[in-house]
Design a protein around this ligand. Structure first.
Ligand SMILES: Cc1cc2nc3c(=O)[nH]c(=O)nc-3n(C[C@H](O)[C@H](O)[C@H](O)COP(=O)(O)OP(=O)(O)OC[C@H]3O[C@@H](n4cnc5c(N)ncnc54)[C@H](O)[C@@H]3O)c2cc1C
Length: 636
């Protein structure tokens, strides 16, 4: 169904959706340019007293309510009981960030993240329900881009518990929205008619409102393009054809939704024709923090379990936590969890204070936390030994504590895939990290540019680099007493300053070595981004310790920085010493079938069970509609 879309088309669509302006400073952007500007994040911002008091009251009520919920019911029945959702709606959990004038709680991103952590610790499916609704569903794009009429019409409903969902993905569209096939055809009466099939719609089965991304065809009156609409989920022509099942998040109501001649009034379009992806990306600037919030929650629980269990379980004459191999895992879980919270809280506070632009920080937080939390959960399972692999239900049946460590791993895995996979986050952040080079180098970095244009660009670039490169040679990190007010952490801040310059120099070398080819060096770019993520986490950890002012926080930050530095040094080495070229060649051989002999000796039970991607056709649904609602309709 999708027209042929080239790699260049995909890049062009991504580039057009990219926000290019920087109205506020960005700590992470500067970090990639070799400017470690600690003043942008230190002193750590704090909540104002009024917000803090309101937040504490709300979180205490939420905690009390959540303590009465049973996550094992969700896991067993693969759905969140309706009364849980009603209870959360009564507490205002569907409108935490919606302004009070529209019936929401009007709270900050910091409070929202803390609420997600609490609710998500009952069962991560509750976290996914709330975040798919508030981070990517109807409330956030409308808050940022909606007209006053749209806000009045939809935000009070969202705050009251009208669950919403975000529908971008299609059978043929995952990481590449250029392939989007769902159409929104303008009709003579001014409305749009939507047609298409949407896949993996979190909340889609139970949603009352949808944000649908559809392509408006180009015409004499519109330049068209991917456009965002608010759609009533019970509009004629909408059928929820499936509810999907996954490795984890067993309680999420994730569906396949067919749209057949669904009429949507023009008043429900968010922004203008063609602005849909830009709106989605802007929404995600802070919306992305919900994943680090749920990852931090996972880390906190993993730490508690590993502490309690490792002190109790005795093998080879000692509690297992006293064996060095297990102790290093406990230290990793503790330090990483502290750092995940540091990254999350700092980014959210910066977003609330509207002091900084945090689009890179939030992307780094999502990327880094989803990867680290996965390792944390894996290490927890190892510490728990055989009991780590056993289900909570089975443990309980044997009379033991129902610790759902294997579930944690299953539930966390998706975080590395959705809301921008790790690979796509690498590309997204790398684009910003090398932006200064791209602007300076211009045609030099453009594979399509003519030789004469390249020569001109080279002259321009040398002007930029003549000014910039000398700034990367020396800095505060080389002065033995700098950052002294950070006490034992000063040594790490000096390292950060030096590493930031080294990172910028390395990016520059990459640029000169590969020029236009740099964009294809995903191994190199991914490592540059990973180094940036570690440096940001170290900086956030130090600044948080300083704010907390407690010895224990300094210890956690110190050990985290030491661990992180080991990873950073490995990444720096791997920038130039790696198997990237050999891997590309080998992978080509694999795809060409050169090594199929290695696959011999096993069966593939999936063979013959269906195509890789199910074909679909627009048109009326022949399936039963599986849509259902948690709460009574909020429509007048
Ligand atoms: C449980 C669940 C919930 C979801 N919820 C929603 C939702 O609410 N709304 C919604 O719209 N979507 C949702 N999704 C879809 C999700 O966002 C996509 O799965 C994700 O964007 C990745 O797309 P894909 O799965 O098609 O992978 P693909 O795009 O097919 O990618 C396959 C692999 O290739 C990599 N890759 C792709 N392109 C590149 C590239 N250019 N360079 C390097 N590597 C690349 C990917 O990282 C991945 O590893 C959900 C998915 C799941 C499983």
């Amino acid at each position: 169904m999708t027209a042929k879309v080239s790699e260049q088309d995909a890049r062009d669509v991504a580039e057009a959706a990219r926000e290019k302006d920087w109205k506020r400073p960005s700590f992470a952007k500067e970090l990639f340019l070799g400017r470690f500007d600690l003043d942008l994040i230190h002193p750590h911002p704090t909540q104002d007293a009024e917000e803090a008091a309101g937040s504490a009251t709300f979180l205490a009520r939420l905690r009390e309510y959540c303590a009465g919920l049973d996550g094992t019911v969700i896991e067993r029945e693969a759905r969140i009981p309706d009364e849980y959702v009603k209870g959360l709606a009564d507490l205002g959990c569907f409108g935490i960030k919606i302004p009070t004038e529209y019936g929401g709680l009007g709270m900050s991103a910091v409070t929202y993240n803390r609420a997600l952590m609490l609710a998500g610790s009952v069962h991560p499916s509750i976290g996914a329900l709330l975040s798919a609704h508030q981070s990517i569903g109807v409330p956030e794009p409308l808050k940022q881009f909606g007209t006053p009429e749209q806000k009045r019409a939809f935000l009070p409903r969202c705050a009251a518990g009208a669950v919403s969902a975000f529908l971008l993905t299609e059978p043929d569209v995952g990481s590449d929205p250029a392939r989007l096939a769902c159409t929104a055809t303008p009709d003579e009466d001014g409305s749009y008619v939507l047609d298409g099939v949407k896949l993996w719609t979190t909340n889609g089965v139970v949603a009352e409102l949808l944000v649908v991304m559809a392509r408006v065809p180009k015409s004499a009156t519109t330049k068209g393009g991917i456009t965002a609409f608010v759609v009533e989920a019970d509009a004629p022509g909408i059928t929820v054809e499936r509810r999907n099942g996954f490795m984890g998040l067993r309680g999420i109501e994730n569906g396949v939704t067919r749209l057949h001649r669904v009429r949507v009034p023009a008043a429900n379009r968010i922004g203008r024709d063609g602005e849909g992806l830009k709106i989605a990306l802007s929404t995600l600037n802070t919306g992305r923090l919900s994943i680090p919030a749920l990852c931090t929650a996972a880390g906190k629980w993993a730490l508690k379990i590993s502490r309690e269990w490792s002190a109790e379980r005795v093998q080879w004459g000692r509690p297992v936590g006293e064996h060095a191999a297990v102790a290093s895992k406990i230290s990793f879980i503790a330090a990483t969890t502290y750092a995940m919270e540091a990254v999350l809280d700092l980014s959210a506070h910066l977003a609330d204070a509207a002091r900084n632009d945090i689009r890179i920080e939030a992307a780094l937080a999502k990327l880094w936390a989803s990867e680290m939390a996965w390792t944390v959960a894996d290490e927890l399972i190892q510490i728990r030994g055989g009991r780590g692999y056993e289900t909570a239900e089975s443990l309980a049946a044997r009379g033991e504590r129902a610790v759902a460590a294997e579930q944690l791993l299953r539930d966390l895995r998706i975080n590395r895939i959705f809301e921008g996979s790790t690979e796509i986050m690498h590309l997204l952040v790398a684009r910003e990290a090398v932006d200064a080079h791209l602007s300076a180098a211009g045609a030099l970095a453009d594979p399509k540019a003519a030789t004469s244009a390249k020569a001109k660009a080279a002259a321009k670039a040398s002007g930029f680099y003549a000014k910039w490169l000398p700034t990367l040679v020396t800095g505060k990190g080389q002065l033995p007493r700098s950052y002294g007010d950070f006490g034992p952490l000063a040594t790490h801040l000096r390292y950060l300053e030096r590493a930031s310059r080294k990172l910028a120099r390395s990016t520059f070398y990459g640029m000169t070595r590969w020029q236009a080819g740099l964009e294809r060096r995903q191994g190199f770019l991914g490592r540059v981004v990973d180094i940036g993520a570690e440096l940001f986490a170290m900086a956030a950890s130090c600044v948080r310790a300083r704010m907390l002012g407690e010895a224990a926080a300094y210890e956690l930050a110190g050990t985290f920085c030491a661990q992180s530095r080991v990873r950073v040094e490995r990444l720096f080495d791997a920038l130039w010493d790696n198997t990237d070229d050999a891997d590309s060649t080998l992978a080509k051989g694999v795809l060409a079938g050169r090594y199929t002999f290695v696959e011999e000796g096993v069966l593939d039970p999936s063979e013959g069970t269906g195509p890789w991607i199910a074909p679909w056709r627009p048109g009326e649904s022949a399936e039963d509609n599986l849509a259902r609602r948690y709460v009574p309709s909020t429509r007048d």
